[in-house]
Write a protein that binds this ligand. Structure first.
Ligand code: SF4
Length: 271
C-alpha cells in the first residue's frame, strides 16, 4: 500500500506466466516479479527463468526450502513436537525421502500427507501408531502423488536456475542453506542485483516483525496463535498485525477461521 501511494503499479498475479505476459505487453516498463514461496511455488519460477525472460522482467525471489527449518528446530532439541506430518506437496516436488532424516537422525515418527482428509488421517494414524509401538520410520501416506525422487523436471529447473543460499526467516533469523537465489548467470534479471536499494536499512526495518507480534513463535510451534497477547481485539483478519493473520494459510488466520475469537487466558500464555 505504501508503494502504491508513491505511484507504484502493483498487481497481484496468479502464475509466473502472468508476469511474463505483463512484461511482454509493456516492454518500455521495468517489471519486477516478487516471487515468494517454498519449493512448490519456486519451481515454476525456475522454469520461467530457464525459458528465457524479456529484458525488462526482473525476479525478486524469496524462495525457501522447507526441510532446513524443520532440521533447525530438531537440532535445537526443543522442537515442540513429538512427531512430524510432512508436507505432501513439497514431497511431490522434492521426493518423500527428503524427510527420512527426521526418523533416522532424530528418532521421531514421520509421515508424508497430502491435503485430503484421507491422506491426513492416514498420516496422523501412522505417526500415532509409530509412537505407541515405539518404532520410527518414514511413512508415505500420499503415494499416489508423492513419488520417490519427486518431480525430476521441477528439480532440474530448480537446480539449473537457482542456487541454495543461507536465508533470513523473518522473526527467526538466518538458517543455513534454506533459501533460493538466482544463479549468477541470471544476474541481469535478479532484482536484488539490479535494484540494490532493497538492502537499505530503512526498508529492512519495515520488513521486521511488528512490535508485539509473536508470529515467529507461532510458526515454530512454541505457542498456539491465541497465546499471542494481540490475538483477538488487537489482531484479527479485519485488522491484521502480523503476517500469520494476513494470509488464508497463516496459522493465526486458520485459528480464527476455526472459531477461536478470544486470546487464551494469560496463565496459559507461554513466557
Ligand atoms: S495474533 Fe497477530 S500479532 Fe499475534 S502472532 Fe498472530 S499475526 Fe502476529
Amino acid at each position: 500500500e505504501a508503494a502504491r501511494a508513491l505511484g507504484a503499479d502493483i498487481r497481484p498475479i496468479a502464475s509466473p506466466q502472468d508476469a511474463l505476459r505483463i512484461a511482454r505487453q509493456e516492454p518500455e516498463r521495468q517489471v519486477v516479479f516478487f516471487a515468494a514461496g517454498f519449493e512448490t511455488t519456486t519451481a515454476p519460477v525456475a522454469a520461467l527463468i530457464l525459458e528465457g525472460l524479456p529484458a525488462n522482467l526482473y525476479i525478486l525471489l524469496s524462495g525457501r526450502l522447507t526441510w532446513p527449518a524443520v532440521a533447525m528446530l530438531l537440532d535445537s532439541e526443543q522442537p515442540g513436537f513429538d512427531a512430524l506430518v510432512a508436507p505432501g506437496h513439497v514431497a511431490t516436488v522434492m521426493g518423500p525421502e527428503e524427510w527420512r532424516f527426521v526418523a533416522e537422525q532424530h528418532h521421531l515418527p514421520v509421515a508424508v500427507a497430502g491435503f485430503e482428509a484421507d491422506s491426513l488421517l492416514a498420516a496422523f494414524y501412522s505417526v500415532l501408531r509409530q509412537r505407541i509401538e515405539g518404532r520410527v520410520f518414514l511413512d508415505n501416506c500420499y503415494p499416489e502423488v508423492a513419488h520417490a525422487g519427486g518431480n525430476p523436471t521441477a528439480r532440474r529447473c530448480l537446480h539449473e536456475a537457482l542456487e541454495v543460499v543461507d536465508s533470513n526467516w523473518r522473526g527467526i533469523g538466518t538458517i543455513p542453506a534454506s533459501g533460493y537465489a538466482l544463479r549468477p548467470e541470471y544476474a541481469a534479471h535478479d532484482a536484488r542485483q539490479q535494484f540494490p536499494d532493497h538492502a537499505d536499512p530503512d526498508r529492512r526495518r519495515q520488513g521486521e516483525m511488528p512490535p508485539g507480534c509473536d508470529c515467529a513463535r507461532v510458526v515454530l510451534g512454541r505457542i498456539y496463535p491465541d497465546q499471542c497477547r494481540l490475538y483477538g481485539a488487537g489482531c484479527n483478519p479485519r485488522s491484521p498485525v502480523g503476517p500469520c493473520m494476513v494470509s488464508d494459510e497463516g496459522a493465526c488466520r486458520i485459528w480464527w477461521a476455526s472459531g477461536v475469537r478470544e486470546p487464551a487466558a494469560q496463565d496459559a500464555v507461554a513466557p
